[in-house]
Ligand binder design. Structure first.
Ligand code: C2O
Length: 484
């Protein structure tokens, strides 16, 4: 694949209203349309100026968040909606899309809704950026909340709640049926630009238990949801990986919310926050006023501009009136003792050396339910495309790139660009945590001397594979025993 050929393809701008020339057809034409979905089919895609121009901030004076007195209703897995629930969901998006043409100035229209995300993720600049820090979970929760209210209002049913795409459940890794059936512009939940076909699945490596545990067992909010300046674990994997895997509009923050599946994806990301909070009494949200007072504005279902603060979204059940179904994770996650930090000499070596002392600490996970994790802080990531990178324990293993079951594999780091023109990415560094399965522990224990951790873009053809040595500020392990 060459960038030039992709660039020559005009990106799709009006998803539901256009003809049959989909990006997928284009990809098929160049021989990339089927099979493995992590192919970065969208590297080089440039969004048209018209899309960027439409992306503007909400204007006007805002009223305060109004206390929500609706009944508490469940958000449900998109794959398990009944026929009549699917009809409602489609009617709601149909009505929202209709506003784009009947009244382009109505802030409740689909395009205008999508542009909010565009503005907050790229065009508004660094101070508004809602990715890469503790703003991530709170802002997206507030955004979905008003989006959900608008959808409800448009079908005259304020009991309506968004569905969630629970890609963490192995049988739900395809795009939820409602969003692909029919897979054409008669379906208001369809989007023509997806790289993922209705039969593709999000790879286990991106959303499987290994990734979910690394996130949901995060010791504190800084690790789970980030700080004022750094990202939390799940914002990378699984959140970013799913963006890359769905591809098309979803592959860039600027355009992501133009795919209706964005909202179902983010509903599941929001559920992770809810599950993390429920997972342990020590999983509490930040109490810093700098966090609690973060405030944003959104149009509500009556076109009234409202401010909402981070503090006002912390308890989704009592404040925002929705709950998520029983969580598989609150049932299966073990009750962990506190994580113990096992330092390494990464700061001197810029490489990972597993000394006998470290080896004996992390090898506890073998044959017991104890947990061990590898942390990489301040990892510099490539910023030339939206892609998923795999991390291996050596350049040789990266060159082989055998994947999750293979030699030296440690985990993934997804990179989602804002867009491809101008400011590519909001931040070049990432904090990452890999859950260490017994297999990975074995890899690390066998290593002689210092390991040069190495990144490689997933899915790159062998002759195009360019292993990149991991540069990180620090790397250390954490281990925890399980309370019996
Ligand atoms: Cu604001 Cu999933 O991105």
């Amino acid at each position: 694949m060459t960038d030039t050929r992709i660039k020559n393809q005009t990106p799709q701008t009006h998803d539901a209203s256009e003809g049959t020339t989909s990006r997928r057809n284009f990809l098929q034409a160049i021989g990339m349309g089927t099979g493995f979905i992590g192919l970065n089919a969208f590297s080089g895609l440039v969004l048209p100026a018209s899309v960027q121009a439409q992306c503007a901030p909400p204007a006007g004076t805002a009223k305060k968040f109004a206390r929500d007195c609706r009944s508490i209703r469940p958000r449900r897995p998109a794959a398990t909606l009944t026929g009549s629930e699917i009809t409602k969901l489609k009617d709601a998006y149909q009505a929202m899309r209709a506003l784009d043409t009947s009244d382009p100035s109505d802030p409740r229209g689909f395009q205008r809704q999508a542009n909010i995300h565009c503005w907050m993720c790229s065009e508004g600049g660094a101070s508004l950026q809602v990715h890469g820090s503790w703003k991530f979970f709170a802002w997206h929760r507030a955004y979905l909340y008003y989006h959900e209210r608008i959808l409800g209002k448009l079908i005259n049913d304020m009991e309506f709640r968004l569905p969630y795409w629970d890609w963490d459940v192995a049988s739900h890794r395809k795009l939820p049926g409602a969003y692909t059936n029919p897979n054409n512009n008669t379906n208001p939940l369809w989007n023509s630009t997806r790289a993922m076909s209705p039969t593709d699945e999000i790879p286990e490596e991106d959303v499987g238990d290994d990734v979910m545990e690394a996130a949901l067992e995060a010791a504190n909010f800084a690790e789970f949801g980030g700080t004022a300046s750094d990202n939390g674990i799940p914002e990378g994997a699984p959140h970013g990986s799913v963006h890359v895997d769905v591809g098309g509009n979803m592959g860039f923050f600027q355009s992501a919310a133009r795919d209706p599946v964005f909202y179902a994806h983010h509903s599941n990301v929001d559920k992770m926050w809810s599950d993390w909070n429920k997972g342990s009494s020590s999983h509490t949200n930040p109490t810093d006023t700098a966090f609690l007072n973060l405030s944003w504005t959104f149009y509500d279902e009556n076109k009234v501009l409202r401010t909402i603060t981070a503090k006002q979204v912390l308890d989704h059940e009592s404040q925002l009136r929705y709950v998520y179904g029983p969580s598989r994770f609150s049932e299966i996650l073990p009750c962990l003792f506190d994580w113990i930090v096992v330092r390494t000499d990464w700061r001197n070596l810029r490489a990972l050396r597993v000394t006998p002392a470290i080896r004996s600490s992390i090898s506890k996970v073998q044959g017991s339910r104890a947990r061990a994790r590898l942390h990489l802080t301040g990892v510099t990531v490539p910023m030339d495309k939206s892609a998923v990178y795999r991390v291996y324990s050596s350049p040789e293993a990266a060159r082989k790139d055998e994947g999750p079951g293979g030699d030296g594999y440690l985990g993934t780091i997804p990179v989602v660009l804002n867009h491809t023109g101008g400011q590519h990415i909001h931040k070049r560094t990432r904090n990452v945590v890999f859950n260490l399965s017994p297999r990975k522990v074995e890899t690390l224990s066998r290593a002689q001397g210092a390991m040069q951790l190495t990144l490689v873009e997933r899915g790159a053809k062998e002759d195009a594979r360019r292993p990149i040595r991991v540069t990180a500020v620090d790397s250390f392990f954490t281990v925890a025993d399980v309370q019996q």
